[in-house]
Design a protein around this ligand. Structure first.
Ligand code: UDP
Length: 253
């Protein structure tokens, strides 16, 4: 089959030229990486799950007026998105201490934070995506003060939306990462949520048992990653049949 032109290949996704100018096709791979790609694996069905989950979150955000790059899903692994100019910052929102903030500041994992905390990391694999301050961002011109205000506002709206969604299915949204891009409508520039929103980029803990349902299952060798993501999808009512389209056998009494 004639393949569209590849524009970019990352660790978990590939971007191809889209059918119209200003669009791209985003393909979700089964590859999982952690610790700046030092740990790698292929997890069958992960790409299918993340394609569907990212579609679900981004569609919901579009509906509540938070603009995203998502246009429509094309097939099991691909979605049509708006092409954006990615701002070279990872925007992390935290509700509960875990991961790097716990290590850096010595806060026990699981401690509820007094309010959501927004952090910026400079997207640079060679440097290991270092934490940066607004001063760094402004001084080095990665974003303007207006961009920063808009990014914080977008990130907090995404946090409110996702926290509520997960709360409804018994999951605590501990933290997550988003990426934000610029689009132009004529001379008018605005920022929209881009990349993906999936359990690869969130920390999700079961509210009753504390069981991890996110990429920490892979990072910390806690079990089967596809099972964890399938559980998230199932609770949200996304692809209840599972990523292979086959329901697991159930015992009939
Ligand atoms: N995260 C991500 N990509 C990254 C770094 C972090 O998606 O390159 C997500 C991560 O899954 C978690 C949140 O951002 O939900 C905060 O991650 P943290 O800073 O605690 O880093 P980690 O402990 O994952 O190295």
């Amino acid at each position: 089959m004639a393949r569209r032109k590849k524009v970019y290949e990352g660790k978990a996704k590939i971007l191809y030229e889209g059918p119209e100018p200003g669009t791209l096709v985003q393909y979700f791979k089964d590859d999982a990486t952690a610790f700046n790609a030092e740990k790698r694996a292929t997890i069958e069905g992960k790409g299918v799950l993340n394609n569907r989950l990212s579609e679900f979150f981004m569609t919901g955000l579009n509906h509540v007026g938070v603009p995203t790059h998502f246009i429509r899903r094309i097939n099991m692994r691909e979605q049509l998105i708006r092409a954006v100019e990615i701002i070279p910052l990872e925007v992390v929102v935290r509700n509960v201490a875990a991961g790097s903030i716990s290590k850096r500041l010595g806060i026990e994992e699981g401690t509820a934070l007094p309010r959501p905390i927004v952090e910026f990391y400079f997207k640079n694999d060679d440097l290991g995506d270092p934490l940066v301050s607004e001063e760094h961002i402004l001084a080095f011109g990665w974003a303007t003060q207006q961009d920063l205000d808009d990014m914080v506002s977008l990130a907090l709206r995404v946090n409110d939306f996702l926290s509520g969604l997960f709360l409804g299915v018994g999951i605590r949204l501990v933290d997550f990462k988003i990426e934000i891009g610029r689009i132009w409508d004529g001379d008018y520039m605005r920022l929209i949520v881009a990349d993906e929103i999936s359990p690869d980029s969130c920390r999700l803990w079961d509210m009753e048992t504390g069981k991890k349902l996110d990429k920490d299952v892979f990072r910390r060798d806690l079990g089967d990653l596809a099972d964890a993501y399938t559980e998230v999808a199932r609770r949200l009512g996304v692809m209840p049949q599972g990523p292979t389209g086959v329901t697991k056998p159930t015992l009939i009494n």
